[in-house]
Ligand binder design. Sequence first.
Ligand SMILES: [Cu+2]
Length: 79
Amino acid sequence: MRLRNASDDIHPLHLHRHTFELTHIAGTPTRGLRKDVVMLGGYQTLAFDFTADQPGLSLFHCHQQLHMDYGFMILLRCS
Ligand SMILES: [Cu+2]
């Protein structure tokens, strides 16, 4: 998954039911960093890999309540 923050807001991103490996953050490659929450800074990009090995729906969202209220959340269907 790749994300680009087009604002100056900070987004604490959380993926439920999985862990992911951060592969790039702010243009810097990373490896071996496994997480389920990552901070996406203002105007930053990041990328992570994860194995969708938990069947069913998994929530991916920003932890800031106002951002969730405005719809920054998605359900991923893994089969
Ligand atoms: Cu946010």
